[in-house]
Design a protein around this ligand. Sequence first.
Ligand SMILES: Cc1ncc(COP(=O)(O)O)c(C=O)c1O
Length: 443
Amino acid sequence: MDASDHFPSPDALCSFWMPFTPNRAFKSGRHKLLVEADGMYYRSHDGREILDSTAGLWCSNAGHNRPKITAAIQKQAAVLDFAPTFNIAHPLAFEFTHKLSHILPYDLKKVFLTNSGSEAADTALKIAVAYHRMRGNGAKTRLIGRERAYHGTGFGGISVGGIVKNRMHFGTLLTGVDHLPHTHLPQNVFSKGEPEHGADLADALERLVTLHDASTIAAVIVEPVAGSTGVLIPPKGYLKRLRDICDKHDILLIFDEVITGFGRLGTPFAADYFSVRPDLVCMAKGITNATVPMGAVGVSNRIYDTFMQASETPIELFHGYTYSGHPLACAAGIATLETYEEEGLFARAAEISPYWQEAVHSLRDAKHVIDIRNLGLIAGIELTPRDGAPTARALEVFDRCFEAGLLIRVTGDIIAMSPPLIIEKAHIDRIVETLRRVLDQTG
Ligand SMILES: Cc1ncc(COP(=O)(O)O)c(C=O)c1O
């Protein structure tokens, strides 16, 4: 098969409205197309191996084309292609959530299934508001997000999110939302792991309580490590402090672990890594190794029991999706959890993280680099923006890396990397060498 076999016709290029993409530039330029994937590598339409330093989009945690997962999906498609989960169900939905509950942190042992991280975020926010109402606190409806946060693209997620471009085009969003400050401080530049300064930024929640009164606040939602705005690692002690303030005021704490779940920090969840107990946890991506779309919300027993005990209607939560618990996603999820377990991938991520840390920080003196931050198998490398052309330099680095056989992700002028947990030292060396060379070539 030659490269042209993979190329969409000009007509076909018209139809797909690509997400978070400059469509006009993509469709009129040189297209980057991925046509195969295996292990640590993609293959591009022109037959080149592309080393994947991003696990797709923070999601293929076990690497690509894992035999057990592929086989489970293929088998399931032929046995039970679809079954609803409203009022009736199929065994795999129970089997999968039960298996998942074994690795969920603390007492978060109940699982609501969605199809994406965005739906998981919106579901968690809705559960939080409905929970307080169930307990007779119907005024506790306010939701607190954070600047520079990403919680997907639903109206709930963008309302508590903190990325201006994702919000400004879409009207008034949810009312009754406020935001904590982000945790990215200049004095933490080039921190290895958790930065020293900024735990006190959590105290901004006390100020919001003073402003709005705790009787109106339902929940705080944060990404334990913010990924989409360029890898923001929480300062030491920050998340614990947030937990304490939430406890003091009967505010639920939601961890959006869409990218930190499933081993990214070397533990099943970031809640385990930081030893901080959330009340709800959002998941997606690595839940099925990204093979079949699925998201989920892990819910504490206490919250679930409240609904079961207090609901005055037979249906305890008026919420759900046609594909909540889709059989193919459940089959993929079970095989994914087994793959993580059998190959000890979370522990593997923890073992290789120190090597990853030192390797990425070795780029400290590379051209254009003004900050490097990392945790687990995550790294962010921030570049000086070009005068009057923010993001242009990073986009050029992205293009050049792709040409050089390396897939990175860029967000603003920040390179964000989150490789599959099967990464080996030789891959890390190649990532760092390629980046140094490309940065050097980039003006
Ligand atoms: C923290 C976080 N929450 C939610 C989402 C949205 O997930 P999805 O794109 O599956 O809707 C993402 C996606 O990157 C994310 O990083």
